[in-house]
Ligand binder design. Structure first.
Ligand SMILES: C[C@@](O)(CCOP(=O)(O)OP(=O)(O)O)CC(=O)O
Ligand SMILES: [Mg+2]
Length: 343
C-alpha cells in the first residue's frame, strides 16, 4: 500500500500485533442479522489451562448433578456485562479457588450454534486451592493432575486443550494475545485476505502480495467511506469462519470455485460485552490467503482473481516490511486456531 494509505498500513500492523481496530463498516451482511444477545442467541464459554511448576494441570471436580464427581478444566459460561478475561478469572476463582492471569488465548472452538469456547493458557497468581471443605454448587474441589493418573473426566474434549497448552508453553506457535476491548453487536470476521505471487528467487523476482480492500459499506456508499479491510458478518447457522466464504462468493463468484481458500486462523479477538444485547458480538480478525487451483480456468494464475463487485479492489502491498510480516505469518501459520467441532 502506498503512503496515501498510511492508515491502512497502521491497521494491518495493529492486527498483526493482536491489537484491535473499531468495526465501523460491514461489507457482507446476510439478511435477518440482528444484534447477538449473550445467553439468548449466543453462548460463550471460557476455559483455563493452568500448569504448576511440575507441569501438572489444574482440574476441578464437578458438583453438577449431570456430571457429579467427574473432573474437568475450570470452565464456564460467560455472564452478561463481562469481558472474556473477567469471565475466565471469575470461573477459575469460583471453581478452583485460585486467582489467575491469562497468558494468551490458545484456541477458539465452536460447537454449531450451541457455543463458542475460548481456551486460555493462564497462570495462577494467588488464592488457595479449593478443598472438599469448600465444596459448593460451583465445584466440589480442585486438584493438580499429573495428566497420567486415572481420573474420571466429565469430557475428553479437554485433552486437546491441555495438549495445546503444553505445546504452546514449550514452543509458542503464535505471538501471545488477549481479547481487546472493542464493542460489536454481531459476530463477524475482519479479513486480512491476501493473494500471493511468489517471485522466482533465481531470477531475483520479489514476492508480490495483494490485500482485498473494500471501498464501501453495504447499501449506501457515502463519500467519506475510507478504504478498509472487508468485514463479513457470521450467522449462527454456519460456522463463524463461513463468513469468509460468503464474502468471496459475493465479490468473485466466477472464480470462487477455482480458488483454494485457506482460512489460516485468528490474529486477534475484539469483544466488549458491557451493554447486554448491544455489545455482545465478537470481531475475529482473521488471516486468509487465496490461490488459484489452476484447474479449469483461463485465469492468469499469477494475478489475483478478478473482482466482480466494484466495491472491492486488490491493493498491491508495497510496504516491504509489512509485506514480509504478512508473508511470514502465512508461511508459519502463526495464528490462533479456530476449530468447528461436530455440527
Ligand atoms: C462446553 C462445556 O465446556 C461447558 C463448560 O461450562 P460449564 O457447564 O462448566 O458451565 P458453568 O456451570 O457456567 O461452569 C462442556 C459442555 O457443555 O459440553
Ligand atoms: Mg464450569
Amino acid at each position: 500500500m502506498g503512503s496515501s494509505d498510511l492508515n491502512l498500513d497502521d491497521t494491518v500492523e495493529k492486527l498483526l500485533n493482536g491489537e484491535g481496530v473499531e468495526v465501523t463498516e460491514f461489507d457482507s451482511v446476510p439478511e435477518q442479522v440482528k444484534p447477538v444477545a449473550l445467553r439468548k442467541t449466543v453462548c460463550y464459554i471460557v476455559s483455563a489451562i493452568i500448569f504448576n511448576s511440575k507441569k501438572e494441570v489444574l482440574m476441578v471436580q464437578e458438583a453438577k448433578r449431570e456430571c457429579y464427581g467427574q473432573w474437568y478444566l475450570p470452565a464456564g459460561r460467560m455472564e452478561e456485562g463481562e469481558s472474556i478475561p473477567e469471565a475466565l478469572r471469575r470461573e477459575v476463582k469460583e471453581e478452583a479457588g485460585l486467582d489467575c492471569q491469562p497468558i494468551t488465548m490458545l484456541l477458539v472452538q465452536e460447537q454449531g450454534p450451541r457455543w463458542i469456547r475460548f481456551a486460555f493458557l493462564a497462570e495462577a497468581t494467588g488464592g488457595a486451592l479449593k478443598t472438599v471443605a469448600d465444596a459448593d454448587k460451583e465445584s466440589l474441589q480442585a486438584q493438580w493432575w499429573d495428566r497420567e493418573s486415572p481420573l474420571p473426566l466429565r469430557g475428553h474434549d479437554i485433552l486437546p486443550l491441555i495438549n495445546a497448552g503444553l505445546k504452546y508453553s514449550e514452543k509458542p506457535s503464535f505471538p501471545p494475545f488477549q481479547p481487546v476491548d472493542f464493542p460489536c453487536h454481531v459476530i463477524c470476521q475482519r479479513l486480512l485476505l491476501a493473494f500471493v505471487r511468489n517471485g522466482n528467487q533465481d531470477d531475483g523476482d520479489e514476492n508480490h502480495l495483494w490485500l482485498l480492500l473494500s471501498d464501501g459499506t453495504v447499501g449506501e456508499r457515502d463519500d467519506d467511506t475510507q478504504p478498509h479491510l472487508p468485514v463479513s458478518v457470521s450467522v449462527r447457522t454456519r460456522s463463524v469462519m463461513w463468513a469468509t466464504h460468503r464474502l468471496l462468493r459475493e465479490c468473485m463468484p466466477s472464480s470462487y470455485d477455482q480458488l483454494n481458500v485457506n482460512v489460516a486462523g485468528v490474529l486477534g479477538v475484539q469483544h466488549n460485552g458491557r451493554v447486554p444485547g448491544k455489545t455482545d458480538g465478537i470481531c475475529f480478525n482473521t488471516l486468509v490467503s487465496v490461490e488459484h487451483t489452476g484447474e479449469g480456468t483461463e485465469l492468469d494464475i499469477t494475478n489475483p482473481p478478478p473482482l466482480e463487485d466494484d466495491k472491492y479492489r486488490w491493493e498491491d502491498v508495497t510496504n516491504e516490511s509489512l509485506k514480509e510480516k504478512i508473508l511470514q505469518r502465512i508461511k508459519d501459520v502463526s495464528v490462533l486456531p479456530v476449530q468447528s467441532l461436530y455440527w
